[in-house]
Design a binder for this molecule. Structure first.
Ligand code: GLU
Length: 307
């Protein structure tokens, strides 16, 4: 694939995707997210050799929401290595991202780090290590993206904190099994702020690029993870990164990915690129409707996926 092909492919996707843009439902269980216009669409590809291709609203910042779970998990994996898996599993959950039911059967050990329960345990790891977990994560995102202006949106964080009953229930429930080391309310506070980080498609694609580049961030030169750990994290994205639709997503797209209810999806093609798409209208499984469609078009038109 030559580089100019990627720009032509993005242009074609944007043109052909028009009927899908604005479809789906913008997440409204966090009231501040419901204020986002549904007709945004942006997409960016950043290649391991540093080329950037973009279309539409690729430079507009949006709420990264669950995409933050990927980067928080990276930091926790850096800190604990395989010991992380004693506290959180590596299996798809088969239940909604915010479900409580499995936790009781499985004694407070969440199925994976990309559902809310698992992300809360991951955030607990960061809260234990850093004075402010969300600040550590924001700093990490600034380094990976090369953008010092990245931060979290206080209004989104407050909106989420004001409506965090389910996440609070989950954190306290996990704590009751002894799987939180820090106070549950402190973990919730950090978790809601990390979900409220605002970034653009270009910034997110650049940040995820270490996964496509053997664990090394091309932007900062930082050795984020060793190559084997980068492979393992990508494998988790493949099986658990797109809510309860991971099977269908990988059937359609064929790339490891992590989505968020803000309408973003970040995906990687190892050795080649990271891509991020944003369109706020969600499908019934909580993934960006136009986002999944556009990624399917990308791997179909380019003929390149992990398979
Ligand atoms: N902050 C959201 C929540 O905890 C994240 C959900 C998501 O993007 O999947 O409900």
């Amino acid at each position: 694939m030559t580089n100019s092909d990627y720009q032509a492919i993005l242009d074609a996707i944007h043109r052909d995707l028009k009927p899908y843009i604005g479809q789906g439902r913008v997440a409204d269980y966090i009231p501040e997210l419901a204020t986002v216009r549904p007709d945004h669409f942006g997409m960016a590809i950043v290649t391991v050799d540093g080329q950037v291709y973009r279309t539409g609203d690729a430079d507009v910042r949006f709420s990264i929401q669950s995409i933050s779970k990927l980067f928080a998990c990276t930091l926790a994996f850096q800190l604990l290595g395989d010991a992380l898996w004693q506290r959180v599993g590596r299996e798809p959950s088969g239940t909604a991202f915010n479900s409580l039911v499995q936790l009781e059967f499985e004694a407070g050990k969440p199925r994976n780090p990309f559902i809310n329960a698992g992300a809360l345990v991951v955030t607990d790891v960061l809260c234990r290590r850093f004075v402010q977990a969300e600040t550590a994560l924001v700093d990490f995102m600034r380094r990976l993206s090369g953008e010092p202006g990245i931060g979290y949106d206080l209004r989104v964080a407050q909106s989420e904190l004001a409506h965090a009953e389910r996440n609070r229930a989950m954190a306290h429930f996990i704590a009751s099994f002894g799987n939180l080391e820090m106070p549950a309310d402190a973990v919730i506070d950090a978790y809601c702020r990390q979900c409220a980080i605002s970034m653009s498609c270009v910034e997110l694609a650049r940040s995820a690029l270490f996964l496509a580049n053997g664990g090394v961030s091309p932007a900062s030169g930082e050795h984020v993870l060793d190559a084997s750990s980068a492979k393992r994290l990508s494998a988790l994205m493949l099986t658990c990164g797109t809510y309860d639709a991971a099977g269908d997503f990988v059937y359609r797209v064929g790339l490891p990915a992590k989505s968020g209810v803000g309408g973003g999806i970040v995906a990687v093609l190892p050795g080649e690129y990271a891509v991020c798409v944003w369109s706020p209208g969600l499908d019934a499984t909580g993934n960006s409707l136009a986002g999944v469609q556009s990624l399917e078009m990308l791997t179909t038109i380019s003929g390149r996926s992990i398979f």
